[in-house]
Design a protein around this ligand. Structure first.
Ligand code: TXA
Ligand code: MG
Length: 324
């Protein structure tokens, strides 16, 4: 299949392609997503096929307005309070699915809940507005690979497999959205919007994040974002056989997530640098990556969540359990 390459200004074309049932990869403020009409079994089936994603792992539906969101999901008081502060933005709500919503059952993997997100990226919003219908979009990577934060990375994975890729530049935040569930509010996947940010709005304690051991989001399985090389975490003194992915003012780093020790900068650089250092390690035959300690606070919690998954022993996860 010939993949069309669209520019940042081509949002109306991208939206029309989506409306026509095509698969289009597009940027959001978190990572690039692979979009398709959420009400089309045929298009959604293709997403699972292209990514090699297990069908039990449900997708996030993206909307371009509150009205669109309310047609699909039932919002309670606490989620309404939160979305007034954080939407549009990098937070996804898992809520009861509205009856007669027309969302394909493949999107929700047959669950009676739905994950829903209103992105703040203007390019994403323009595409969704032009599509005029809810768009399901998982991260635009292949099964078990690192999420893409640029159109080039998407192209490496999906060229020739999808109808179009829209290049909207580098994703500003670089980590997938925070996913929360309500009643009571708990974090299923940490992200740039932190537990503290959420607690400040609802004025009570929130479960989850680093302490969460229960797999509530079916995609939150142990091994994820797996590079080819082995990864060792919390390393201050790398072995000669290792390439160091540094954080802060450390010596001999092959790449540095943030020289100044800024966690937001580190989050934005994480997936691109993990992918680059993996390529370097493979090229020079080291095949081993060491990562500096990342403080377990604020966005550092989400960064540690992703690198722990990247470092997880792939041998321990059954292949079918690896998130796609
Ligand atoms: O930032 C993001 O969220 C990106 C961009 C493209 O929006 N999307 C993304 O989608 O990360 P994906 O499919 O890679 O991750 C979606 C996660 C999976 O872990 C999935 O299991 C979980 O959301 N999920 C989806 N529906 C769910 C539901 N009803 N209940 C619990 N978890 C759900
Ligand atoms: Mg993903």
């Amino acid at each position: 299949m010939l993949t069309r390459y669209l520019k940042k200004v081509d949002t109306i074309t991208a939206g029309k392609l989506l409306k026509d049932g095509k698969l289009v990869a597009f940027p959001t403020e978190t990572v690039y997503g692979l979009g398709a009409r959420a009400d089309s079994d045929k298009s959604i089936k293709r997403i699972f096929e292209v990514k090699g994603r297990p069908t039990y792992n449900p997708l996030i539906v993206h909307v371009s307005s509150m009205a669109m969101a309310q047609d699909i999901a039932v919002f309670d008081d606490e989620s309404t309070k939160l979305l007034k502060v954080f939407w549009p933005g990098p937070i996804t709500f898992v809520l009861p699915l509205k009856k007669n919503s027309r969302i394909s059952t493949l999107v929700t993997a047959g669950l009676n809940t739905i994950a829903i997100r209103f992105p703040s990226s203007i390019v994403a919003q323009n595409i969704l507005t032009a599509a005029k219908t809810p768009i399901a979009a998982p991260s635009a990577n292949l099964s078990g690979k690192i999420s893409p934060t640029s159109a080039d990375l998407v192209s490496d994975y999906l060229d020739g497999r999808v109808d179009a890729i829209l290049d909207g530049g580098v994703s500003e935040l670089g980590l997938e959205s925070t996913i929360i569930m309500t009643n009571p509010i708990r974090i299923l996947r940490p992200g740039s919007i932190t537990k503290q940010n959420i607690e400040a709005v609802i004025e009570k304690k929130v479960l989850g994040e680093s302490k969460s051991t229960i797999i509530l989001a079916p995609g939150q399985l142990k091994s994820h974002y797996a590079p080819v090389s082995n990864i060792r975490l919390n390393v201050n003194d790398p072995e000669p056989s290792e390439l160091l992915l540094g954080f802060g003012n450390v010596a001999n780093a092959a790449l540095n997530l943030s020289l100044s020790g800024d966690l937001h900068e580190a989050a934005a650089n994480l997936f691109k640098m993990l992918s680059n250092i993996d390529q370097k390690a493979i090229k020079n035959g080291r095949r081993s990556i060491a990562i500096s300690p990342i403080p377990e606070k604020g966005v550092g919690i989400a960064i540690n969540d992703r690198i722990k998954r990247a470092a997880a022993d792939r041998g321990q996860a059954r292949p079918a359990e690896v998130d796609k």
